[in-house]
Design a protein around this ligand. Sequence first.
Ligand code: F0G
Length: 477
Amino acid sequence: MNENMKEREFQIIPPPYRIKVVELLSSEQIDIADNRERREKAIKQAGYNTFLLKENQVYIDFLTDSGTNAMSDNQWAGMMLGDEAYAGSKNFYHLEKAMRDVYGYRYLVPTHQGRAAEHMMSELLIQPGDFVPNNMYFTTRRVHQELAGATWVDVSIDEAHEPETWHPFKGNVDITKLDALIREVGAGKIPYMSLEANVNMAGGQPFSMENLRALKALCDRHRIPIMLDGTRLVENAYCIQQREDGYQNRSVRQIAREICSCTGGVTVSGKKDTLVNIGGFLACNDKKLFLEARAMVVVYEGLHTYGGMSGRDMEAMARGIYEMVQDRHVAARVNQVEYLGHQLIQAGVPVVVPIGGHAVFLDASRFLPHIPQEQYPAQALSAALYVESGIRGMERGLVSSGRDPITGQERKPKLELVRLAIPRRGYTHTDMDFVAQAIVRLYRARDKISGLQMGYEPKRLRFFQARFKPVGAKLMG
Ligand code: F0G
């Protein structure tokens, strides 16, 4: 399987839509694209943090695939049917039906976005002193687990931390590591197994159904529920369809449903898979958890029939849920990401392999071997890519990893990456060609890029707002 993936000839899959409306770039954005000096000034003003750039200073925005999707005509039509009643909006019931039809959980609690659902799940299930095993981490999910008093434990397979290894399922859980944790701390101290689909920080990497079944068998034996982060569920389901024996003839929708059926509940950021700009939810099968979450959502989000979303947002999400599981939609989406990744691999640019479902990840450790990890090579590379071309990506390395809440030391991750996350249905293959050319150019000039030192450092989720300075006189000498 590994060799097959590596050798496979790239075939383009055209997307199942035509473009009816386009979003025009401003003259400032076009000017940014043409004017390197302006880009140098802009990134300096932003403290070399791409999160602090203004959108009108960005030409191609690959900061995130979150909330940046293009909605369909069908979803926009649904927006006009928003029922903004405070209680019992009809759009809530459409969303509930869509969630039950596709994900298959019994109960739904809507939230304004994913982290609100993570907050509720963590607060309701975790006791101080607990341990929560995860297949790697996602920033917001981990911070909520830790705020609720748990110790986050990584039980991902070793290959997840190896950017050069062609493993088809780097999102897999290492069952031996989980078993060892259960023996060490006891199942009573593990409120749930936190399982992320298409693991973002590993490079957008899926788990296999075989692994999920083995995980379920172990967790069932110890009565530990599996709680899914289903933010990128369909991209994981698609990878299973493409890579796992026995799944070639199953639809993405069937596979996604099978994944959910192995778990007790889910948190979802609707801003990704479900093709909307805002929204999220917690869903589960356990009535007690549902009732507690429903009582909590009114404290933090809004009434339980809108949870921070407007009626029109819920309608767009309900429609997005049916669109997201269409095979051709997911295939073309992942294929566009692979199209960019494939060009970079062919040019010898170091990237995480296999190419992920939602993003191409540049491997900053190999791209900039002259910059030590203490000088934030991935942060420097994301800033340099912006200076080179007006393309905005995001650091996913030491800055994102942050500090250990107990020792205060920086948690050095094995992966030092720059993520180029591609919004769904938003960009064309011409954009991908442009991005590939810019990165190849930057790779040739990589020796000129200098490291960074941190100036301002926020206490939590520091990557969003931290500010930096070049270690040398300039970022690019
Ligand atoms: N889980 C995963 C796997 C995510 O990628 C995100 C958000 C969340 C949870 C939180 O959801 O943003 O709706 O509150 N990821 C964004 C990203 C921010 O760029 O990857 P949210």
